[in-house]
Each structure stands twice: as C-alpha cells, then as structure tokens.
Write a protein that binds this ligand. Structure first.
Ligand SMILES: Cc1cc2nc3c(=O)[nH]c(=O)nc-3n(C[C@H](O)[C@H](O)[C@H](O)COP(=O)(O)OP(=O)(O)OC[C@H]3O[C@@H](n4cnc5c(N)ncnc54)[C@H](O)[C@@H]3O)c2cc1C
Length: 383
C-alpha cells in the first residue's frame, strides 16, 4: 500500500500487461542479452512510463506513490522495469529546473514516447561514487558547449534519443563553493557527432554502456537551469530514482517470497513438505518481515515527495532497506529450491542476478550509510 491509496486499479492493469510477457520471454532475452523492446513499447503505449509527467504536458499527472506502485507490480509479476524505468523519472530534472520553453519542447514528446529520455550520464570511470570529482567537461563556445570526456554505466544509451548529462563547466581549482561547477544538459544523441557508445556485457541483462565524448556540440539552449548548479538539480531526481528503485526491490522480494512459499509447501522430502521445517520457514518469514518494513519506508519516501517535502533521508533509507529485503528474499528462495534454484527454467538464478544490482546501483549501500551517518546523524566525515 502507498499512503492512503493502494492503487489497485493501476496495479491490476500493470499485472494484466505483465502477464502477456511471461517468464520464457525474459529467459530468452537474458540468454541473448537482448533489449525487451516489445515490453517497453507496451509499457509506453499503456501510459505507465508517463505517470509522473503533468497532464498539461501529456502525461498522467500522477505522483511518485503511483509510479512506485507501477514499478513494484512489474517486478512482483516477474518482469523487469530496468529497461524503461528511466523514461519515468529522468525527465524530472527538466520538469523541476527547466525553462517553460524546454518543458514545452521535450515533455509532451517524452510523455507520448516519441522521444526516449532513458539515459542519465553521471558516473565516470575515475570518479565513481564521488560525483563532484567528475571530469567530463563542457566548455562554452559561442551558442554551443563543446563536451569532452567519458561516462560509464550509462544505461539504455543505445535505446534513448536524449541523455540528461552532468558535466563540469568550472575547473575544480576555480570552484568557490562545494557542490558548484557542474551543469546539466539535455543532449540529443540522435545527431551528436563525436559521441561513441560502447555496450558493456554484465552479469544480468542490462543495456548499460560506456559513452565517449569528443568535442560533442550541445546547443547552449539545452543547458538546464543555471550553469554550475547542476549537481543540486540532479540530487532531487536521484532521490525520486532511489525511491522508485526501492519499489522495484519490493516487487522482487514479493516475487521471491511467493515462489519460495509455493515450492516449500509442495516439495516433499523425508515424507513431508520441506516448508514444515523451520530451517526453511524462518528465512522466508524473516524476508517477509523485512519486505513489510521496507515497504513502509518506501511509502514514507514517496508520500513525502508527493507532499513536496525533501526526501533525502527517507529515499536513502527506503533504497537501503528494500534492496536488502529483496536480497534476503532472493537468498531464501535459492536455499528453499536447493539444486533447482540453479536451473535456468526456474527463473530464480536470473532474478537473483538482477536483484543483486540494487545494493550497488543507483547508489551503493556504503554511500547510503555514509550519508545517514554524516548528514543525518552528524558523525565525523570519512571523505
Ligand atoms: C548495471 C549498472 C547500471 C548503472 N546505470 C547507471 C546509469 O544509468 N547512469 C549512471 O550515471 N550511473 C549508472 N551506474 C553507476 C552506479 O551508480 C555506480 O556503479 C555506483 O554508484 C557505484 O559507483 P562505482 O561503481 O564507481 O563504485 P566506487 O565508487 O568505485 O565504489 C566501489 C566500492 O567502494 C565503496 N566506497 C566508495 N567510497 C566509499 C566511502 N567513502 N566509504 C565507504 N565505502 C566507499 C562503494 O560503496 C562500493 O562498494 C550503473 C551501474 C551499474 C553496475
């Protein structure tokens, strides 16, 4: 449940769509490391990916709680929203910090799916979690910026028309106030000369890439907000992203728990169901308790966001606890299934690989803990 609403109609519609993309569809894609185009198209046409875009720009005008319900249901159904969830929230930076002209130019086309804004270029190979140390730079040159540098783990770049790009516009040595010096641009990748995208093959089917920029020209009118303030702009979006990903973790946990319970009740060894053994029951029951607790934190974060409150603490806690609940459920599901957990046709090993990501991306567990320790509890800084 999210706040006072349980979004039952939306969830039922999502579940019905997901039922048309059963496990063999995902299994085949996983084997081939292929992009789930049919699923993404269906999600787009159904309007689920435009949930957060206001109605005046052609979206559904729903809140983050509703968007969380959509993604949770996708994952509970055994599907994976990783190929398209960014279409939901990456536009948040334009919505919140863009000019009227920028919103009118991009948001309706993103809402209809005519423009795919699926790529969010922040992480770089050298700076890693230290976003303020990024080196990709954008230098003003008349009515354009020239961008040079490299991003890594830019997911879905091959399946996106636009990228929200964070780049350095002031050299580190000249920065007066911590957090300044970075700017956000909307890069149109369809006609960008000097842009090279290289796929990275990963342990799960996730269309992620390295992106190289060699004098890529971005019109100055594509700068979002004020030059140098980009880091602050993307933080808002990152909190929404963390909450949405946390809701995907809840869905994963529900999928693993349902699968584990069904098998524990049905599988008979030593003359009875393995589920009668507390060694099998307890990890599943514990994961369920973790799921319920994490769901409360996701609701708290999404409701606060919808009420216009700042959600840094809530979003980080939700992401931490939900990713751990999903992992506990995944572990319990594997252990319950014994050898069969490793067979591809049971889908557990695939979901197990998929859900592991969430303790690392979009922010790693340690970085959440440092945020809570240092920014919330006011303990000494480690960096
Ligand atoms: C599949 C995938 C998709 C991704 N998609 C995107 C995307 O679309 N766009 C994007 O910009 N990025 C994306 N990322 C990047 C992701 O956000 C980063 O991988 C993540 O934030 C961790 O950064 P890093 O990999 O550089 O790890 P590092 O920063 O090198 O950290 C490595 C380890 O050290 C720990 N660590 C680092 N500093 C500290 C500290 N001070 N205290 C304690 N522990 C510390 C980290 O927690 C981590 O466990 C993606 C990553 C993956 C794997």
């Amino acid at each position: 449940m999210a706040g006072d609403e349980d979004f039952s109609e939306i969830r039922a519609a999502v579940a019905a769509l997901c039922a048309t993309f059963p496990a063999p569809y995902w299994r085949q894609l996983d084997r081939e490391r292929a992009y789930p185009s049919a699923f993404v198209t269906a999600m787009t046409r159904a309007g689920f990916l435009s949930a957060l875009i206001p109605t005046e720009y052609g979206g559904s005008g729903l809140g983050l709680s509703a968007a969380c319900a959509i993604l949770r249901e996708v994952h509970k159904s055994g599907c994976n929203a990783g190929a398209c969830h960014a279409q939901m929230y990456t536009m948040g930076t334009i919505l919140k910090h863009g000019s009227v002209a920028q919103k009118e130019k991009w948001l309706p086309a993103i809402a209809s799916g005519a423009l795919r804004l699926q790529a969010f270029g922040v992480t770089e190979p050298t700076s890693g979690s230290e976003t303020l140390a990024i080196r990709t730079n954008a230098v003003r040159d008349g009515d354009h910026y020239a961008v040079n540098g490299q991003k890594i783990w830019t997911s879905r770049a091959e399946y996106s028309d636009l990228m929200v790009l964070l780049a350095r516009t002031t050299p580190s040595a000249d920065i007066k106030s911590k957090g300044d010096g970075l700017s956000v641009f909307v890069l149109d990748m369809r006609d960008a000369e000097g842009l090279t995208i290289k796929p990275i093959r990963t342990m799960m089917n996730h269309a992620t890439t390295e992106v190289f920029f060699e004098n890529v020209r971005v019109p100055a009118e594509n700068l979002i907000g004020e030059e140098g303030k980009g880091f602050r702009y993307i933080l808002d979006g990152m909190n929404a992203e963390r909450t949405l990903i946390a809701s995907e973790c809840l869905g994963d946990a529900e999928w693993f728990i349902a699968k584990a319970v069904a098998y524990a009740n049905e599988r008979k060894v030593f003359g009875g169901p393995i589920g009668a053994n507390q060694g099998i029951q307890f990890p599943i029951a514990r994961a369920y308790a973790q799921l319920r607790a994490a769901a409360l934190t996701v609701d708290a974060a999404s409701c606060s966001f919808d009420a216009g409150r700042s959600i840094g603490e809530d979003a980080n806690i939700a992401k931490l606890l939900a990713s751990e609940a999903a992992w506990a459920a995944a572990e319990a599901c594997v252990q319950t299934h014994g050898g069969f957990a490793f067979a591809e046709e049971f889908d557990i090993e695939r979901k197990f690989r998929e859900t592991r990501l969430y303790q690392v991306a979009p922010v790693s567990t340690n970085l959440i803990l440092t945020y809570l320790a240092q920014n919330v509890l006011r303990m000494p800084r480690s960096y």
